[in-house]
Design a protein around this ligand. Structure first.
Ligand code: UGA
Length: 447
């Protein structure tokens, strides 16, 4: 099938590339000329495991093309996936101007039937607005179209895996024509019949459920899922604070809770809280559009509040030990909002560093993926080549992101390099007993 993806950001690029990988002919469009130029040369503007190779291979096979020309992308495709950005406005609502613009462009350029699929995370009832806009600006009265919602559940750092081996595919449609097309597009995935290009964690025998529902329910599934996951995280973080005061261990509490299949262990890791471009903005948007519909979703406001307080939890632990922050050297391990991505949007690290700098600390930091991105927002700290350089002459070492490689550090060496052997383990990554045995002063979260 001929598909186009409008908006070649993190989601659009992964979606377009994976759709090509399962056999479709895809053109990815973006208004950013520089980005399209980079992609045409086989480079990718973001870090996502496996993505670069897949882009190159599919482009070489002629299944994946890139363009800045919206008209060309739209006219030559049967199905149009809208993957443009839906950033938050200052008031927390979602900025839908890019979605509206793309809808107008589709109406302008399309001369034959199109299925318009919203993939970007949008508030409920956006599908209706897209439909109205297509109707309103359609200058070719013979153009027929359907609108569908097909939310993405991709996690940064494992987006290719998540697309090719999803837990579910959600398809919100108004009629059987749109349903049939989407079923056909995803058939290689629902019956797992494609040749998987990534061989780790590749569950070959599994069939993937495809849930068909109305458009509004599909739109809500996305916000409800992200908000529920964020709620789990804030819940366990609140429990962590109680554990700390009571002398319990939150990791054990989470293990015990997680054994109940109704609860599940995932997303019960206490720590610095959630960041990234999805949970914080989706929570805010959900609260806002619920409000517009006359519903006060105060539970989610509390989830946000607990999350914001996590920064203070870390700062208080540092202060408890160092007393005065001014002129102390604090080492930060991990800057991205989670491992295996260079994304630092809403990353707790940035807030923590700003707060420490305000109080006069010297900051040294290392991240395996995100240092270039952080340099753009925090130019005035020392960027190190690795954890040992960070540790050298530091008064405290704060683990902010749970990179695997931090687990297996030579902590005796770290201790010998530090000015004071103090570890604030913001992700409960380390073996607490071992570090205490080595002579560290150790602060975890909720244990
Ligand atoms: C999230 C969802 O997991 C995806 O399903 C969704 O498609 C995506 O948002 C989106 O809306 O596009 P992502 O933001 O990439 O994906 O990252 P997650 O792996 O979900 O982690 C989010 C944050 O929660 C991270 O800061 C992570 O450190 C934190 N977290 C996660 C915890 O603090 N504790 C946990 O137990 C799990």
């Amino acid at each position: 099938m001929n598909l186009c993806v409008i908006g070649t950001g993190h989601v659009g690029l992964v979606v377009g590339t994976c759709l090509a990988e399962i056999g479709h002919k895809v053109v990815c469009q973006d208004v950013n000329e520089r980005k399209i130029g980079i992609l045409k040369e086989g480079e990718i503007p973001i870090y996502e495991p496996y993505l670069k190779n897949l882009v190159r291979e599919n482009a070489k096979e002629g299944r994946l093309n890139f363009t800045i020309d919206t008209g060309v992308a739209i006219t030559q495709s049967d199905v149009i996936f809208i993957c443009v950005g839906t950033s938050p406005l200052e008031n927390g609502e979602t900025d839908l101007s890019a979605v509206e613009k793309v809808s107008r462009q589709i109406a302008k350029f399309a001369t034959t039937y199109k299925l318009v699929v919203e993939k970007s995370t949008v508030p409920v009832q956006t599908g209706e607005q897209i439909k109205r806009t297509l109707d309103k600006y359609n200058t070719h009265s013979h153009m027929e179209f359907d609108v569908a919602s097909n939310p993405e559940f991709l996690r940064e750092g494992s987006a290719i895996q998540d697309f090719l081996h999803p837990d579910r595919i959600v398809v919100g449609v108004e009629n059987s024509r749109a349903e049939k097309i989407l079923r056909e597009i995803y058939l290689p995935i629902t019956n797992q019949s494609f040749d998987c290009p990534i061989h780790i964690n590749c569950p070959r025998s599994q069939t993937v459920p495809l849930l068909v529902c109305d458009i509004k329910s599909a739109e809500l599934i996305k916000h409800a899922s992200n908000s529920f996951l964020a709620t789990k995280i804030s819940f366990i973080n609140a429990v962590a604070d109680i554990c700390e005061r009571a002398g319990a261990d939150v990791t054990k509490v989470a293990d015990g809770m997680g054994l109940d299949p109704r609860i599940g262990r995932s997303f019960l890791n206490a720590g610095i809280g959630f960041g990234g471009f999805c949970f914080p903005k989706d929570l805010q948007a959900f609260v806002k559009f619920a409000q517009k519909l006359g519903c006060e979703f105060s539970l989610l406001k509390e989830v946000e509040k607990i999350n914001e307080n996590r920064i203070d939890v870390i700062l208080n632990k540092i202060k408890q030990e160092l007393w005065v922050i001014k002129q102390k050297t604090i080492g930060i391990l991990g800057l991205s909002f989670k491992p295996n991505t260079d994304d630092i949007r809403f990353a707790p690290s940035v807030k923590i560093i700003h707060e420490l700098q305000k109080e006069g600390a010297n900051i040294k930091a290392y991240d395996p993926k995100a240092m270039d991105k952080v340099k753009e927002v925090i130019p005035d700290m020392t960027y190190c080549n690795g954890p040992y350089e960070v540790a050298t002459d530091s008064d405290a070492l704060v683990i902010v992101t749970e990179y695997e490689e931090f687990k297996s550090l030579d902590f005796l060496k770290i201790k010998s390099l530090m000015r004071h052997p103090l570890i604030i383990d913001g992700r409960n990554l380390c073996d607490k007993e071992k570090l205490i045995q080595f002579g560290f002063k150790y602060y975890g979260i909720g244990r």
